[in-house]
Design a protein around this ligand. Sequence first.
Ligand code: FPP
Length: 249
Amino acid sequence: MFGLKRKNKEMILDNIPNHIGIIMDGNGRWAKKRLQPRIMGHKAGMDALQKVTIDASKLGVKVLTVYAFSTENWSRPEDEVAFIMKLPVEFFDKYVPELDKNNVRIQMIGDRHRLPKDTLAALDNALEKTRHNSGLVLNFALNYGGRAEIVETVRELAQDVLDARLNPGDITEDLISGRLMTSRLPYLYRDPDLVIRTSGELRTSNFLPWQIAYSEFYFTDRLWPDFDGQALKEAISDYNHRHRRFGGL
Ligand code: FPP
């Protein structure tokens, strides 16, 4: 999307964003262009995710949060949903060993309740197997919805006030950040510095609405399965050309 402008810009990778969020969009269109069923796009998307994760880890990124399935995605055709839910199972068998070797730790955010049992089991295996790794955190947003996350947090805070464990006056931004699902991430890296969305859509689609308040955004026309290490560097370079002021001067 910003490709033409970017081509004339020098590649700068001095400042690597600690936390990158990715809305991996365009799998279906990638498959359609090749006259393949949509699920082949998700498979190719998983390959891209594996490569990008390792490249990001080599660049020094600390957290990669990827939007793998939103609470709205349940409205897709049943067989597509079933296929996406099987991806973590395949991911664990085929991909996690290499990630583990690269010191990657897997985590997840999202509502576990509606996930099929074997999807959860595969995910929990990956979480457990990589629990002691100290490298990049690959954080899956799976059955995740940002507003639902905030609603849940507000309910918990209201209950704490009712039970006289909390004074409304003590509710701060930091307290709320500490109650969201991203509070399981390393403290300094809870909020994305950079959010990338592929496939040319210019929306945030309920992805981490609280956490992206000060994030930089990078939109590209590239479809997710075509996104690679070079595309990641281009996004990071674009980020390096910006000045982050957090509302100040
Ligand atoms: C959006 O493309 C993509 C998804 C809803 C699924 C993304 C999942 C992966 C890339 C694999 C993740 C891996 C694991 C282990 C869960 P789309 O289907 O909306 O594409 P379209 O907009 O072109 O139709």
